[in-house]
Design a protein around this ligand. Structure first.
Ligand code: NAD
Ligand code: UGA
Length: 480
């Protein structure tokens, strides 16, 4: 029943399924790893011969795909076939916040997870270990088990040999460092009841992860630990951003405060960078899920505590747009603002919940004209996120002077084009190339008085010394 795993199927070829399975295939050449998805276009991109067209940008990913694809790693839409051949099935589908019905705005929508469980129940053969890779509310394993077991009773006479184990194995990778995180994780968490099933999954990870880093827990602790880890990380970001606002009011500097508190080994230095507010597909969703669960169990004070982390984050993003408007004499109508970075962090093309979305929307609402640059995010994605069509004709020249069409945006691909006649530059993503900009050249092209709003603390004030650019840095009381 628990012989070595030789055939894996992963349902969901997204930011988690794609990189995670690529690393398993890379480290376990004897296992056939098959990633399936309902999204044909995404699968086509995973199979593209041009590795720059992979649907996800992650440093180190394309090299692994090059080595493993067509060796022991496949991407396809053959969901039923791959399920029927697998000894182990990872469920790695999206679990976004519900938009309607009970728990709307907080609870996770589990319809995709449930659909997977039903597919597995119908098409699995023999003994199958089902692994929850998606981030799920506590007790979801119970739902999955019930669906799987119901298929056994229905098919009792026909398929006596069908059986299942369910494990929780949440993923802790961060985007932009996914391959590094997968190859050298801080820990791997496996929650479950059946020791043999746990060991089967343990043995896969143990091909490259030291045993002391593989933690075994009960299934509910594993599910809850994932939500809690994200909630703690997000809480640190909101905490530091709240203190950043206080620095600006008092003359303190958030970088100095971060360093001072982060040197305390009990606090630690990570996740203490003040920025434009946390984004990404998971922090907000997972905290709201925790809030929903707490309320469900009647723990309203616990729910309120965690909800304040998200409230602070929303307030902080709007605080930045309001501040930009104030500095530009109270109005941005008809002013050109260059936005540097649209992804929710550097080294990813993901824009889900990116702070840039709210900040750009606020500025567009006020009539600003935005030129948006991001080295990895494409124009279609920006258009979808802002819900405003791109307008490439954002200006016309009248008597050699530009007149802009208010409330419009366009994308620029060349950074050198970002500064012409700009009233302000706003850095929202910490892409490396933004710290190498020649500010003297930029300042020459901008309309005066001009501003640089650095929400990522990547520009040192001394670099701007010989320019006409006014600098605002997040959490810097000395520039207020
Ligand atoms: P994603 O949206 O990038 O990918 C999910 C994929 O699942 C999509 O391609 C979708 O088409 C596919 N899918 C949905 N239902 C399907 C079905 N029934 N059959 C086949 N395919 C189906 O999502 P993601 O970012 O990879 O996140 C997946 C899960 O992992 C979520 O629960 C998330 O919270 C968690 N997680 C994400 C990250 C991250 O960095 N993105 C990190 C850790 C955990
Ligand atoms: C986060 C967690 O770090 C992962 O462990 C987890 O697996 C993942 O969520 C998930 O469950 O999806 P990710 O969202 O990819 O990973 O990125 P982070 O590096 O955590 O950054 C999240 C947001 O916080 C970004 O917008 C980032 O810019 C911001 N941040 C992070 C700060 O503003 N300051 C910091 O010091 C750190």
């Amino acid at each position: 029943m628990y012989s070595d795993i030789l055939n894996i199927c992963c349902i969901g070829a997204g930011y988690v399924g794609g990189p995670t399975m690529s690393v398993i295939a890379y480290k376990c050449p004897n296992i056939s790893v098959n990633v399936v998805d309902v999204n044909k276009e995404r699968i086509q991109l995973w199979n593209s011969s041009n590795l720059d067209e992979l649907p996800i940008y992650e440093p180190g990913l394309k090299e692994i795909i090059k080595e493993c694809r067509d060796r022991n790693l496949t991407f396809s839409t053959k969901i039923q076939e791959r399920i029927s051949l697998a000894d182990m099935i990872f469920i790695s589908v999206n679990t976004p916040t519900k938009t309607k019905g009970i728990g709307a705005g907080q609870a996770s929508d589990l319809k995709w997870v449930e659909a997977c469980a039903r597919e597995v129940a119908t098409h699995a053969r023999g003994h199958t270990i089902v692994v929850e890779k998606s981030t799920l509310p506590v007790k979801t394993a119970e739902v999955i088990k019930k669906i799987l077991e119901s298929s056994i009773s229905i098919n009792k006479t026909k398929e006596k040999s069908k059986s299942f184990d369910v494990l929780s194995n949440p993923e802790f990778l961060a985007e932009g460092s996914a391959i590094k995180d997968l190859i050298d994780p801080d820990r791997v968490l496996i929650g479950g009841e059946n020791k043999d099933a746990i060991s089967a999954l343990n043995n896969i990870y143990n091909k490259w992860v030291p045993q002391e880093k593989i933690l075994h827990t009960n299934i509910w602790s594993s599910e809850l630990a994932k939500l809690t880890a994200n909630a703690f990380l997000a809480q640190r970001v909101s905490s530091i951003n709240s203190i950043g606002a206080l620095c600006e009011a008092t003359g303190a500097d958030i970088r100095e405060v971060s360093r001072a508190i982060g040197s305390d080994s009990r606090i630690g230095s990570k996740f203490l960078d003040s920025g434009p507010g946390f984004g990404g597909s998971c922090f907000k969703k997972d905290i709201l899920n925790l809030v929903y669960l707490s309320k469900f169990f009647g723990l309203n004070e616990v729910a309120n505590f965690w909800e304040s982390v998200v409230t602070l984050n929303n307030w902080h993003q709007h605080r930045i747009s309001t501040l930009i408007i104030k500095k530009l004499f109270g109005t941005v109508t008809g002013k050109k603002i260059s936005i540097l970075g649209f992804a929710f962090k550097a080294n990813t093309n993901d824009t889900r919940e990116s702070a840039a979305i709210n900040i750009c929307k606020d500025l567009l609402n006020e009539g600003a004209i935005l030129e948006i640059h991001d080295p990895k995010v494409d124009i279609k994605q920006i258009s979808k996120d802002l819900n405003i069509e791109v307008n490439n004709k954002i200006l016309e020249f009248k008597e050699n002077y530009p007149t802009y069409f208010e409330g419009n945006w366009c994308k620029i691909n060349n950074l050198d084009d970002a500064f012409d006649f700009s009233d302000a530059i706003v850095i929202l993503t910490e892409w490396d190339e933004y710290s190498k900009i020649n500010w003297q050249k930029a300042s020459y092209k901008m309309r005066k008085p001009c501003w640089l709003f650095d929400a990522r603390s990547i520009i040192k004030p001394e670099i701007l010394m010989n320019t006409n650019i006014n600098l605002w840095r997040i959490g810097d009381g000395s520039t207020i």
